[in-house]
Design a protein around this ligand. Sequence first.
Ligand code: UGA
Length: 437
Amino acid sequence: MTSTLSVIGTGYLGATYAACMSSLGHTVIGIDTDREKVDQLTRGELPFFEPGLENLLKIELASGRLTFTTNFAAATDADVHFICVGTPQKENSLAADLSYVEDALASIAPHLKSGSLVVGKSTVPVGTAQKLIERLAILAPQSDLAWNPEFTREGFAVEDSLRPDRIVIGVTSDRAEAILRTVYAPLLDIKTPWIRADLPTAELVKVAANSFLATKISFINAMAEVCEAAGGDVTVLATAIGYDARIGNKFLKAGIGFGGGCLPKDIRAFIARAEELGATQALEFLRDIDSINLRARQRVIDVVRLQLSEDLSSYKIAVLGAAYKPDSDDVRDSPALDIAAQLHAAGASVTVHDPKAIANAKKRFPSLGFTESVTECITDSDLVLHLTEWREYRDLDPEVLLSLTKTPRMIDGRNALDRDRWVSAGWKFHALGRANS
Ligand code: UGA
């Protein structure tokens, strides 16, 4: 059985979700207040880069099941309304800005038919769903509200949406669960684990998962610091501890740390919310996770200074990577771009290359140098920084690049390049958390 759904907010999460739900056979109305975004999506163009998604978007638009609009009234017939708007970090505070979620609810409320279900997917501080239920009871008393957090990763969004490792729903009634079981029937058919929870638990699952992932990354980056001090190799250490199934080998890549629109702001919002709840001490450790993460960026800058000079003004630095991770054009809180900007601010001449993220990076830091060519980026450089582990950087030939540089120095901020290959080609090679010559 298929349903008619609205997806409110067609940014990264919403656009992906709308196309994927349409591909499951539902009729989907994507709603956004941004006219330009809606027009772009209607033309089958993605406003961001995500492997496989543009193709799916075109197929679903052609099927006639998927449409985009700025008009909330277009969703009057929908049975279920998914709120997928952003919850960015507030300026001057660690907390999340919930104004987009509140606006979405207020805008859809007058168009809710009796018995419809509003489902929050945005990442929110625990307690938000309860407040929204109370608001809904006034605005549209014949509707219900549920929470259904999203665990997709950028770069794998389609796969993660259509083959999720679990579906978590927070509901207050069996009826709400039954509606969501209908929406997700094709995913239940492929035996996706289904977890029914209360509203606060469903909200917490999301931030707990992201906090755990952030903790894993900062743990290995802390080990990298100790390895550097003790002359050890963090990549070997990660492989060795990863064989223990209780630890696992994923998310143990040491480097310049995590960024993006989720992990950094989610752990900060979680700290802020715990304080409000009187559970400050429980999440005190997340402050350390955040500072280990930011320190990884500083450690790279310290190595640059050690290798070149305290005064960077006469040096040309090539930066490979601007996106916060490969297969994405997202530069939100990108460690790579942050390092590039800090080196530029310190007086170095910085040229940045990225296969997909240059346009977004330019908007953030117009004064940095950018190029579409790796060769041009590296030419005459005193030092190359590898900061986002795109596949094409791993395929570079260090022998060919050697002669382009003024001095062949490489700092691998992602522990992703083949060190032996670069060293035997004649490069001075520094990797974070590994014994360096
Ligand atoms: C993250 C979570 O992984 C998703 O489950 C979640 O749904 C999403 O946030 C969200 O809240 O929407 P994402 O931001 O796409 O997904 O990126 P990740 O793959 O988690 O990577 C985050 C950052 O950690 C990147 O900057 C990456 O380079 C870094 N990272 C990751 C490491 O430094 N080391 C690792 O071993 C793994």
